[in-house]
Design a protein around this ligand. Structure first.
Ligand SMILES: [Zn+2]
Length: 307
């Protein structure tokens, strides 16, 4: 008897875009509070009230930086080159160091950073540090208060952490026999925020473990995530977080009597995605043997029809 095992990751349809197609360097794509995204966007539009801009609009006479007194308070000076800003970037987990001579504008700096900051999490920290530098300047100029560099960094990291904590992804998986009868279905909610590829890989790793525990060890693993299936089939893994999970799956799969990986269209995987979606109704992981929850039955029939 051949068993077919399907999994679905992220519950959020709008997150279902390939991570390499997303412009990580754009604040709208960061996972940070809306006010920080909006601030990042305003900086890119050059629409923040630094003194150099105010002087150009004749709203102040002097544009010297009030933090250091050394240079005109342009966007680039305030947020990148002023000693206070530089220290925040250098000492942050991003450890950014840079020279003034190869930088033309904040947006070109962001574009350059795209080659250095390759993970979404780093960009979340990036925008929060940027926001922190702006607040530090505000406190100094308008409240005569000095916010320490360590405080800017600590706050930025904690905003990112808090924001991630409130997010959850749902994982769903289903095991069928060769005539389509359900042998096992399961769902699990994970706190945190993950890219769709990582969510799919985590779902696969999780449910492979569940299938083993139920004594199923001849499996065809089907997923609508092409990247995951390609990596599993070519046994390709790298040092990224995704690569490490792929490694775990390959390791687990070593205990299978038989395992094959196959790519199916998203249309044929709606039961697993429905399970992923309903995971938020449960506090803990749920496993159903020989059946699936009622809400999923329609999706199961649909998957069989398109298969
Ligand atoms: Zn300055």
């Amino acid at each position: 008897m051949e068993l077919s095992y399907r999994n679905g990751g992220s519950i959020d349809e709008e997150k279902n875009e390939k991570s390499d197609e997303v412009d990580l360097a754009h604040p709208w794509n960061a996972h940070v509070p809306p006010k920080i995204k909006h601030f990042g966007w305003r900086v890119l539009q050059r629409a923040i009230p630094v003194r150099h801009n105010l002087k150009k609009r004749r709203m102040c006479d002097e544009d010297i930086c009030l933090m250091c007194g050394d240079a005109a308070e342009t966007i680039e000076h305030t947020l990148i080159f002023c000693e206070a800003a530089k220290a925040c970037w250098n000492l942050s987990p991003l450890r950014l160091q840079f020279q003034a001579d190869n930088l033309h504008s904040f947006s070109s700096w962001c574009t350059n950073m795209g080659g250095i900051l390759k993970e979404k999490l780093w960009w979340n920290i990036f925008w929060c540090i940027l926001w922190g530098i702006w607040l530090k300047r505000y406190a100094w100029c308008f409240e005569k208060k000095e916010v320490q560099v360590e405080e800017v960094i600590r706050r930025a990291v904690s905003i990112v952490g808090e924001y991630e904590k409130n997010e959850a992804i749902g994982l769903g998986g289903i095991v069928r026999d060769n005539v389509g009868d359900v042998l096992l279905s399961t769902c699990h909610k994970l706190m945190g925020c993950y890219d769709v590829d990582i969510a799919e890989a985590m779902a696969a790793r999780h449910f492979l473990g569940v299938a083993f525990e139920a004594g199923l060890n001849k499996l065809t693993h089907e997923s609508d995530n092409l990247k995951l299936i390609q990596h599993l089939n070519s046994r390709k893994s790298d040092n990224s977080y995704f690569g490490l999970i792929v490694n775990d799956i390959l390791h687990l799969a070593g205990a299978c009597q038989f395992i094959a990986y196959s790519h199916i269209g998203r249309k044929g995987n709606s039961a697993a995605h429905t399970l992923a979606r309903i995971s938020k109704n449960y506090v803990e992981m749920r496993v159903w043997l020989e059946e699936a929850p009622t809400d999923v039955n329609t999706a199961i029939a649909f998957d069989l029809a398109v298969a």
